[in-house]
Design a binder for this molecule. Structure first.
Ligand SMILES: [Zn+2]
Length: 268
């Protein structure tokens, strides 16, 4: 790939990095990343990946921008209230970097569309807010052989890990989603806006590390932090032989609608 002079200038701080260089920037420019959810986590992930020059960004979100989103979903601006989040996100991505190809899906991620949407991407980022969808993303990526970054935030806390085919998955650590309403979501319990930025930028960094093959990914490790104390903790976790989807005797072999009980948790 031949970069134009303006692209060399735009990406010069990447190119200067010994671990990235022109070759790494080419990998970023050839990368195809799907971000599920254009909300608190998706916003910083999309902004940084657009700025970094990821060649193709997919954005899936069925919601429209709500005034209460603007406290943390920094890809959306006040005049965007009422607009589909995917459209608002596409506009900002294009303003930051017109070279990025943006695919938008104004729908929610469901067992029916999951495989069809993830198949075109190299890496998936979970930027969603509810457990059933997080498990669905895990299951679709594990069954579909796709690497992904898991991310979750609540109140002052965040947690994330990265999955590659063959490494521990979400169900290796957490067998199944908690019962509906057992664990609150951000829309019920609140979240400090900047926490979304803290966790989302970690996910963006993992994505860029994956695309360029740089460094050590957060595989088989769960990173969590509490911003009240600013303590960061990394706990090792292994691929679980009894995992219901990636273990020795998997019982989950397809995506189930039953775990998609998302609507009752959704904010309105
Ligand atoms: Zn597993």
């Amino acid at each position: 790939m031949d970069f134009r002079p303006d692209q060399i200038e735009r990406y010069s701080r990447h190119i200067l990095l010994q671990d990235i260089g022109v070759e790494g920037q080419e990998k970023i420019s050839n990368g195809k990343v799907l971000v599920i959810g254009a909300g608190g986590l998706g916003a910083p992930v999309l902004l940084y990946l657009a700025a970094a020059g990821v060649g193709t960004l997919g954005v899936i979100d069925g919601d429209v921008v709500d005034l209460s989103n603007l406290q943390r979903q920094i890809i959306h601006f006040t005049p965007d209230v009422g607009k589909p989040k995917v459209e608002s996100a596409r506009e900002k991505i294009t303003l930051i970097n017109p070279d990025v190809k943006v695919n938008t899906y104004h729908e929610f991620f469901t067992p029916d569309n999951a495989f069809d949407i993830i198949k075109d991407y190299d890496f998936i980022v979970d930027g969603t807010d509810t457990f059933p969808v997080k498990f669905l993303i895990n299951d679709a990526c594990v069954l579909g052989g796709k690497p992904f970054s898991h991310g979750g935030i609540l109140r002052f806390e965040g947690q994330t890990f990265t999955h590659l085919p063959g490494t521990a998955c979400y169900r290796c650590a957490f067998h199944a989603p908690p019962p509906p309403n057992a664990v609150p979501t951000c829309s019920q319990a609140g979240v400090l806006g900047a926490i979304a930025g803290m966790l989302g930028t970690i996910q963006a960094a993992e994505t860029l590390k994956f695309l360029t093959g740089t460094g050590k990914l957060l595989t088989n490790r769960l990173l969590s932090f509490n911003a009240k104390t600013m303590n960061f903790r990394t706990v090792n976790f292994k691929k679980n032989p009894r995992c219901p989807i990636c273990g020795e005797h998997p019982v989950i072999t397809e995506l189930h609608e039953a775990e998609q009980a998302v609507c009752e948790l959704k904010q309105k």
